[in-house]
Design a protein around this ligand. Structure first.
Ligand code: BGC
Length: 367
């Protein structure tokens, strides 16, 4: 018992020191001190290292800002809201010159962001919109409804829905309810697929088609796997599942595992979508275990976001291409939106190999 109390206490102390010292960044080089370069410090708060895209985002932001002479204090919160809050408070206490935030929970940082505003620290929302605050200067992201629309259009075309002779079965795996991107993605998907659900071309046997019924907290791969297992055993004993409308590559990995366990083979493998074009997803697409994903060029995103940081610190106007769409409940945030692209077996080479985004070996060696 004593041992347990001791280990719980130890874990608590470790968690606190991780949150306060920033060891959670997974990058020992992040000193977070203003020294060298142009003497300016930028705090970059990223949500998690559990998926490849955010590791790449953090790496890109750090490298680009350092090229411009900034010191970078990069932190990952491992999907823990309180840890991210503590990290941002630490960044404010260190008197960063600008904060870049990709939130774990888009509405959970309101008070800390208010403090940043009062202290004159500009805040840039990275990829995920910071909600219900007027402390955000700019937003760098993708056309998030466009991501959903592209997923819907891909399914529409691949499954031949416009002139289908027979109904096709479909299940939905949508993103985290505390992420504005997930809500927009769902809207985009349904702008294409709702009419096929209404006229019976698409049949969702679980009946779960609303965002509330299909969203998965913190984009959990494990929950996607469990949901898929439950759908397969509960509703698809006699008839096969034809389409898995998944909002994230991580979900597609969970779905793949559930399908394999249920005995699905190459012959009856469903259409499975995703998002992020992670190396593992591209490998699965080449091997026929995932059908498509959405390629979001995060190098371009980091380039646009770095431009915003530099502009707010130097007092110039950053590049934006949308001043209407992203209303966070308190203000319309001026944004730069990059274009998402559908990727499948037919165009992956052109999009990610020929462009130099990935090396062929990275994909072959993906695990
Ligand atoms: C991002 C997606 C990502 C998801 C899960 C979203 O906010 O826009 O690219 O797949 O988070 O990490």
């Amino acid at each position: 018992m004593k041992k347990r109390i001791l280990s719980v206490a130890l874990a608590a102390v470790m968690a606190l020191s991780l949150a306060l010292t920033g060891c959670g960044s997974g990058d020992p080089g992040d000193g977070g001190e203003k020294q060298g370069g142009n003497g300016k410090l930028v705090g970059v708060a990223m949500p998690t290292q559990s998926s490849e895209r955010w590791i790449k985002d953090g790496r890109n932001m750090k490298a680009r800002l350092e090229e411009l002479g900034y010191e970078v204090f990069l932190q990952y919160a491992e999907d823990d809201v309180q840890v991210q809050l503590a990290q941002i408070e630490t960044m404010i206490a260190k008197d960063v010159d600008c904060l870049v935030v990709a939130a774990v929970d888009s509405s959970a940082l309101i008070n800390a962001l208010q403090t940043a505003k009062e202290e004159g620290i500009p805040v840039i929302s990275y990829d995920r919109l910071l909600m219900n605050t007027d402390a955000v200067s700019y937003y760098a992201s993708f056309d998030n409804e466009g991501v959903g629309r592209k997923i819907g259009e891909y399914i529409e075309e691949k499954a031949g829905l416009a002139d289908a002779k027979e109904p096709r079965t479909i299940e939905f795996f949508m993103g985290s309810p505390d992420d504005n991107n997930a809500v927009l993605l769902y809207k985009g998907v349904m702008s294409v697929l709702q009419k096929y659900l209404d006229d019976g071309t698409l049949v969702c046997k679980s009946g779960r088609t609303s965002f509330d019924d299909t969203c998965i907290l913190r984009w959990s791969q494990e929950v996607a796997l469990q949901n898929c297992e439950n759908y397969l055993s509960g509703f698809y004993a006699d008839e096969k599942l034809d389409i898995c409308c998944s909002a994230f590559d991580g979900f597609a990995y969970g779905i793949k595992a559930a399908l394999e366990a249920a005995g699905y083979t190459e012959e009856d493998w469903p259409i499975i979508t995703g998002q992020d074009a992670e190396v593992m997803a591209v490998k699965n697409i080449i091997e026929g275990k995932q059908t498509a994903t959405i390629f979001k060029n995060t190098e371009l995103l980091a380039q646009k976001c770095t431009g915003m940081v530099d502009a707010v610190i130097e007092g110039s106007e950053p590049e934006v291409n949308d001043t209407e769409t992203y209303d966070n409940g308190k203000m319309v945030v001026p944004s730069y939106l990059c274009e998402p692209l559908s990727l499948d077996k037919d165009n992956y080479r052109e999009l990610v190999i020929d462009s130099g985004y990935y090396k062929e070996e990275e994909i072959q060696n993906a695990k």
